[in-house]
Design a protein around this ligand. Structure first.
Ligand SMILES: [Fe+2]
Length: 296
């Protein structure tokens, strides 16, 4: 397998896999891995390192069962279950994301980080493509390390120590509706569950330190409503600026899906955006999330 890395133009420190960046900011396709065939510990260590270094990694041509997807996800950590979206009946670890040709709205169609509104947000999300409308339905990702590092020293100093409130179910959604209102309006298609007593509004540092890389990053997203101790009206101008800044084209990559492909992203240092450009076509994905830790 050593010739895989030698034959490519990227990081030669990978011996068992090839890591091919898809953009300058973040994102790399991994080659030389057959998930169904088994991933030995040395290969997994390289995959994990590539994941930390590139924020999001992609695999193509992986024909795997739900059980194999769950098994691979568990290599990254324990499974995080979505607070609102109902899992598959036969696989409680997996949420099926389906948009049929008749549906208009999609899931994840704005910049966000998964489960940011929970006290312990998901560390990773693994999305596997089962049906893809050819040439459509791409996903974009943005690098929140770069978003932080490119701020002025004055802005960095102002944000240091600030916390932000993230809400999993509010009218600040682009639709202007809560989840139940969207269900009634027919714009949420995924079966919903009652989160019960689970905390769905949480406060986290705006400048977060990644627990594994030690790097600082800007930790805001679509669920962010305001800064802690600030009114929404006071927060909005600065939040709008930071949200726009964080998704500048040079901080972004765009993954062009094919069937049986997998994306694995680090929610701690990425935002993502599911592009809704495939009305009249069907797209079906299997999503698994991995538990994280409390941001600091
Ligand atoms: Fe998402």
């Amino acid at each position: 397998m050593a010739d895989i890395a030698a034959a490519s133009s990227q990081d030669q420190t990978y011996k068992r896999i090839a890591v091919k960046p898809i953009a300058g900011a973040l994102g790399a396709e991994i080659e030389g891995v057959d998930i169904a065939g088994g991933v030995d510990p040395e290969v997994f260590d390289e995959i994990y390192r590539a994941w930390l270094e590139n924020n999001v990694i992609f695999f193509r041509g992986q024909s795997i069962s739900p059980a194999q997807q769950i098994e691979f996800a568990k290599r990254f950590g324990d499974i995080h279950v979505h607070l609102f979206n109902k899992a598959m009946d036969d696989h409680p670890e997996i949420t099926e994301i389906l948009k049929t040709p008749e549906m208009k709205s999609n899931a994840g169609g704005r910049w966000h980080s998964d489960q940011m509104y929970t006290p312990v947000p998901a560390k990773a999300t693994m999305l596997y493509s089962r049906e893809i409308p050819e040439g459509r339905g791409d996903t974009m990702f943005s690098n929140m390390y770069l978003a932080y590092e490119t701020l002025s020293e004055g802005m960095k100093a102002s944000l240091q120590g600030l916390k932000a409130i993230h809400n999993g179910d509010s009218r600040n959604h682009p639709s202007g509706m809560t989840r139940m209102e969207r269900v009634k309006a027919g714009s949420i298609h995924m079966p919903q569950i009652d989160p019960g007593k689970a905390q769905t509004i949480s406060s986290h540092p705006v400048v977060r330190t990644h627990p594994e890389t030690g790097r600082k990053l800007l930790y805001i997203g679509g669920h962010t409503e305001r800064f802690e101790g600030w009114a929404e009206e006071e927060s909005k101008p600065l939040l709008d600026y930071l949200k726009t800044h964080a998704t500048r084209p040079e901080f972004v990559c765009r993954f062009h899906w094919t069937e049986n492909a997998m994306a694995m992203w680090d929610n701690r240092c990425c935002q993502h955006f599911a592009i809704n450009d495939y009305d009249g076509y069907q797209r079906r994905m299997h999503k698994i999330m991995v538990k994280g830790d409390a941001p600091f």
